[in-house]
Design a protein around this ligand. Structure first.
Ligand SMILES: Cc1cc2nc3c(=O)[nH]c(=O)nc-3n(C[C@H](O)[C@H](O)[C@H](O)COP(=O)(O)OP(=O)(O)OC[C@H]3O[C@@H](n4cnc5c(N)ncnc54)[C@H](O)[C@@H]3O)c2cc1C
Length: 270
């Protein structure tokens, strides 16, 4: 799913760090990298950031892409390279962008949009709202760990759900979506959050509501207790990339592919 950058990793330099709320730190990057970084023009575009001293990278949404500047909002949580870097981020810290991609595919005929997620989805939701809520009826449902994580989302009808969530208790976005009434006519539902919660939401949208292909996009942004999940992947000898590739080959719209992939993982207890 990740797309490597054509000319190799892009170096970025931390120019500003701002604590937005109890859960979120806003980091602005500058330097020569962002100067040559053209936006994909899709509001959930995301990049893989490689942190100082670490090999692997983590996905973050580009909350704002301005000439020479990229802004990301990082969720603070214990135990992760990304979350812990954000808690100590300093101006001058140097990182690299290694990959980028986007998943938001709202059809041109959509007459409304419903945006659903937990606090990790808030950067994408914020950008989608900023770019389109003035011309498209927009409903937003977001689960946040703290009331103070709520943000102004002008033009959208917003419901905040305050739950322990985010690693302390299962996400409740599946409950949120069940309470939503979808307007009549063609629209678009975009969902991002914890992977087992987004799996449940996808099943609901596909199997219970029977939404047509192309009218929704569901993305698992992170996984609770990911160490246990990876241990189980290793234990069962599951090649998740191969399963995904097989489902891609089998064809269908991207949501069909993701749904079949998720169902296969579920049957393996993953
Ligand atoms: C396309 C895309 C866009 C994303 N955009 C953003 C974004 O804009 N901002 C953002 O903060 N995240 C975003 N994420 C999610 C982020 O990539 C993951 O949360 C990632 O796991 C964080 O890495 P880490 O190094 O902090 O933790 P990891 O090393 O991955 O995990 C360490 C431990 O923390 C747990 N954990 C991981 N993430 C969280 C979390 N958010 N809350 C609580 N526990 C967690 C894991 O289960 C594990 O136990 C996005 C993900 C994708 C795929």
């Amino acid at each position: 799913m990740a797309t490597e950058l054509e000319n190799g990793p892009v170096p970025v330099v931390t120019e500003a760090v701002e604590r937005l709320s109890p859960s979120l730190v806003r980091v602005t990057f500058g330097g020569p990298g962002p100067a040559s970084f053209a936006s994909l023009g899709v509001p959930d575009e995301a990049v893989v950031l490689r942190f100082p001293g670490s090999e692997g990278g983590r996905w973050y949404t580009v909350r704002r892409c301005e000439p020479g500047r990229l802004t990301v909002d990082i969720v603070l949580h214990p135990g992760g390279i990304g979350g812990e870097w954000a808690a100590r981020a300093r101006i001058g810290d140097r990182l690299e962008i290694t990959h980028r991609n986007s998943w938001f595919r709202r059809p041109a005929e959509a007459g409304w949009q419903l945006l659903l997620g937990d606090v990790t989805a808030l950067p994408a939701i914020g950008r989608i709202v900023e770019e389109s809520a003035d011309r498209l009826p927009t409903t937003v449902l977001v689960e946040v760990p703290h009331r103070e994580d709520a943000q102004e989302l002008p033009g959208a009808q917003v419901r905040w759900m305050h739950t322990a969530g985010l690693g302390h208790a299962p996400s409740r976005i599946a409950e949120l979506v069940r309470g939503a009434r979808l307007p009549p006519g063609p629209g678009y539902v975009y969902v991002a959050g914890e992977a087992s919660a987004t799996r449940a939401v996808r099943r609901y949208l596909r199997q219970e509501l029977g939404l047509p292909a192309g009218s929704y996009g569901v993305v698992g942004y992170w996984r609770a207790e990911s160490e246990k999940w990876f241990a189980r992947v290793a234990e069962t000898g599951t090649d998740t990339a191969a399963i995904y590739a097989e489902e891609l080959d089998a064809g269908g719209d991207l949501e069909d592919v993701r749904a079949r992939y998720e169902e296969r993982l579920a049957t393996l207890g993953l």
